[in-house]
Design a protein around this ligand. Sequence first.
Ligand code: NAD
Length: 716
Amino acid sequence: MMYQSPRITVEQLADGIAKFTFNAEGSVNKFDQQTLADCKAALEQLQQDKSVTGVLFTSGKDNFIVGADITEFLPVFQRDEQELIPWIKQASDVFDLCEDLPVPTVVAIRGFALGGGCEWTLACDYRVGDSSTKIGLPEVKLGLMPGFGGTVRLPRIIGADNAMEWITTGKDRNAVKAQQEGLIDAVTAPEKLEAVALSMLQDAIAGKLNWQQKRAVKLQPLKLNKTEATMSFSTAKGMVFATAGKHYPAPMVAVQTIEAAAGLDRAGAMALENQGFAKLAKTDAATAQIGLFLNDQLIKGKAKKAAKTASKAVNKAAVLGAGIMGGGIAYQSASKGVPAVMKDINQQALELGMGEATKLLAKQVERGRLDAVGMAKVIASITPSLSYESVKDADIVVEAVVENPKIKGAVLKETEALLSDDAILTSNTSTISINSLAENLSRPQNFCGMHFFNPVHRMPLVEVIRGKDTSEETVAAVVAYAAKMGKSPIVVNDCPGFFVNRVLFPYFAGFSKLVLDGADFTQIDKVMEKQFGWPMGPAYLLDVVGLDTAFHCTDVMAAGFPTRMAKLDNDPVAAMYQANRYGQKNGFGFYAYSKDAKGKPKKAVDDASRELLAGICHSATEFSAEDIIARTMVPMINETIRCLEEGIVASAAEADMGLIYGLGFPPFRGGPLRYVDTLGLANFVALADKYAHLGEIYQVTDKTRAMAADGQRFFP
Ligand code: NAD
């Protein structure tokens, strides 16, 4: 063995070839500080060893290298920008060391080579992939840009246009696509991967391949004349501006860095990359997006653990109700390999449910994600039925009938009687207390809430609601089933609105009060979309949710929190509902809706809704964007904090993810609690105090005030 550490081995093969294998002790290879230090030591040894003729880089695992160790980022990023530059340079120097080995290098890329993993391959002379290869630079998804030479080497290997596309979108490629774009030099079958890479290395050593020339291109300025450069960079900047927008600075900084470095050699270009990386590392967007990644890992980790402690594995599901939600749930279950019976009392609903599933599957086939056989298999695994008998063998039942406590109670009771003793029963209710529904059951320990979001196939969140009698084994089995369905489950305790709707309604109340005080709802939407970053402003969201649904939910919330969430006099939501303006579903809400060329709803301002509001609201009054944001967001944040304090949601991480996955909270802000940390808790308290006279939803809890006084944060 030429070199050995718990992460890397270098062994001698025949003819002076060294085989450098990444094989960390955990499940994946990643670039943490220790691995980088090991790489440096191993490379220095190889550099000095005159007997070495070439180096083959490979992995001892199913994946090459998944990227940098993201858990190390946030503590380091607290340093000053000027301190971060040498920190990242020290790492990128190791990649230069790899590139500067005095002998040819070839890398065999199995599975993922992402971020730093991809950048390692760029530092090699030749790259060989197989059918498992997935290669790319996803750093922008963390609010960053490549920092180990990716912005320097990729444009010099595949051209600036292609490289900017890779880097600014963060999308990975398979080996064939990467070969077409000029990154990968050979694609082979997985069982031949190492042999092909080795043979390529032998050819390079024998002088049959001009590796010196290939390497030299990466050390020089980009080969672009002035006109090409102007075209290339102005197109890229235009694209990035249109797609990423002002809230996501990383793609633009990456393009600007590549542009500024175009005329420089490697050392000059690398210095600019180091600076660009350090600049982005200090942005709030990077902190938020890295936080999201870590929170998501936490949720995935909990789901994995749940699968181990679950009372039973779910292999057969049944859904009661084939409406908007039931149809979506049955489709999602079947498409992830858990067959589902879909039971309704209405034949037409069943037909509609099957029709929707077919449409969604056809779209997947159209996009090349599924073939016709796969589609037929999924459809065959959804069994529409009018009979209760059909659900009796299910491991889990998801009840999604109409939102009526009496009907739900009767349906749950009847279903429980048919099921085996260990079967799990869940309800997709949006508002009815899980504890009160459990009163209808003789096995409440096997019952909990399983709250999906609309549209089911698109929204990642499932709230798993633990009732007072629900067993932990039941919770675990439902979490595991939700994860199997490709969803992100978050466990919450029972309360009115559960977690997501409980924090959504104070936000709607903040909106309603603003409108009553004379704010223009279109201006509120514009501020909340363009400045705050929500996918839809509150008026539009209410139209999409349905003003009838929202109206009924305000009743439930008012009953649950009689002082804080009491019904408002002249609530615009109630006024819309009473005027039969239910939103998108019947074409009229705050906005009026028509269909666009593709048949999708298109909103327009409607005089009738303005007139309706004029009758109940204060005369038109100007509000600043700051006012609008504070008056809607403070109630949402305060309620999120209350849920955390009351243990409705277990952690700040899960609270933030719940709103990101369930409501589309702007990801670049990281979630409501990360947003407060960015503002500073003391600043948030001062802001809320300014509006405290507007009502209880604006008033911070005593604990929040104490935390602020103590300089605490929600995240470390
Ligand atoms: P829906 O009206 O579209 O569908 C309800 C279906 O239940 C209908 O097809 C009806 O025929 C059927 N049904 C009624 N009684 C039944 C019975 N005894 N047995 C079997 N089927 C029966 O309603 P939806 O929007 O799908 O909502 C269903 C549930 O999901 C509700 O509890 C709702 O609060 C909840 N939910 C809805 C949304 C949403 O955005 N629509 C989001 C989350 C949760």
